[in-house]
Design a binder for this molecule. Sequence first.
Ligand code: TEU
Length: 563
Amino acid sequence: MENKRNWWQDAVFYQIYPRSFFDSDGDGEGDLAGITAKLDYIKSLGVDAIWSCPYFVSPKADNGYDVADYRDIDPSFGTLEDWKVMCDEIHKRGMKFFMDLVVNHTSDEHAWFQSAISSKDSPYRDYYIFREGKEDGSEPSNWMSVFGGSAWQYNEPTKDYYLHLFAVKQPDLNWQNPKIMDEVSDIIEFWADLGVDGFRLDAFNNADKDQSFPDVETFPGEKYGFASQHYVSRPGVDEYIHELYKRQLGPKDLVTVVELAYCPVEKAIEYCDPKREEFDMLYFFDMLNFDQEGYDKFKPVPFKVSDLKKTMDHWISNLHGKGYCALFIGNHDQCRALSRFGNTGAYRVRSAKTLANAMYFLEGVPYVYQGDELGMTNTDFQSIEEYNDVEVHNYWREHVVDKGEDPEKVLEILRERSRDAGRSPIPWNDSPNGGFTTGTPWLRLGSEYKTVNVEAEDKDPESVLNFYRKLLHLRHGRPSIIKGETCWLDLDSDEHMSYLRKFEGETLASLNNFTEHEVTVQLPEELDAENAEVLLSNCGRETLGENAVRLGPWECLTAVWNS
Ligand code: TEU
């Protein structure tokens, strides 16, 4: 598998949520010049490639995932000139740059859609998916949108409905129309010419829909149903991406990571088979769903570390030798990983390190979501007005306004599980607004910013930030991490997440206690604890002691044996 386009197999990615990263001009929102200003920081982490969430012209109904012009920068983020400077400065530091390609849907303010809704004769009509309502005038099918409510929206001028799997302001493109392929191929070419190195393909395994739009089963008492079986990973997805590969991605060595919502691993293996020339890395979702009831992220179930391990094992053991998944503990679609899986009390710092140590020595490509390297926790929003996310506001409308549920209880669940809980501005220092902006931040900052900030953690050798730096630097150039098979140590344990990675003469052990009490992890006999070299520890440990390794509360370590 060694070839020019495989550089990413040994790489660490950093995910930027640009609106919350750094504001260079005082308007309260992060921007591209802000990213440029902080590139040395990103480089210092041991990062090889940056993926930024969208910053294109957008009404920001879904924070940029609703693109109104694919070839220009939203003025709140800067200009195309700022983008070129940023990309150039990233390359000067030896890093690569990935952009978010959001082409399952556009914004309803995109010129194509504005034309399409105006008349049935519009040349852009077939760029989207319109259908007549049922005989009684209701929606063409009972499909539910990802953000709640119907996936169809009535369009008065043409007296029919358009499909939006996500928000009302995110109409789905009709990939069964070959013109969409031409348009997207041109967009890729435009950015490739400007120097982009790869793409994160947003919701792309939803691109092909069963356009007979059958009704689906609904949840008891609900009007709409989850229709993913009719729009996830259908055959068109392979066809579309292969065509883009032939036209642009392959010849230009552009690398892709695809978001894989609800995709079985068997299909994922096909997606990343180099012979098929489709996707490179897989950003799978099972990791995000195992601590909730079914598909409902707002119905959490208690976190069990055995579920996390089994989820990772399912993907990693099936993909071993065949492909790589993205390794992540959080992203902009989740609450903060530390609040979800770790300990936000006495063991905050220790557990933030343990989460990283447990996840980032697995087989795959690490993606670090901005702020996780500081140990940020969920933001303490005080009222519904403080939230920005369309998903939150739809949920509030449905549950509090329509169904009359207790607003305090709904606020509590939003504080715990909403996407905004993980989207707060990065605190750079302890000055007002954490030095993120000189203006008014677009979203509330986390309450811990006086101590949990880049400047403070930079100076503290024991900080979460400096642990991440050590970890990410360590990851490079070790064949056992890149290629080694994974052997779990007590996969069923609900107390620790521990595994060995073995390749040729090297064995690496990642041991991680997920509890507040002491836990013993038994190493196999063929490894001699006394000969282990401890590479990383969150408790200042230098030796393993005996093969029955006793780990203190939330203790983690990584050790290596070479023969
Ligand atoms: O997400 C696609 C997706 O299916 C989920 O992430 C889903 O939106 C989320 O879990 C709802 O809680 C991508 C982007 O990552 C997300 O930010 C966008 O909202 C979405 O596509 C639409 O573009």
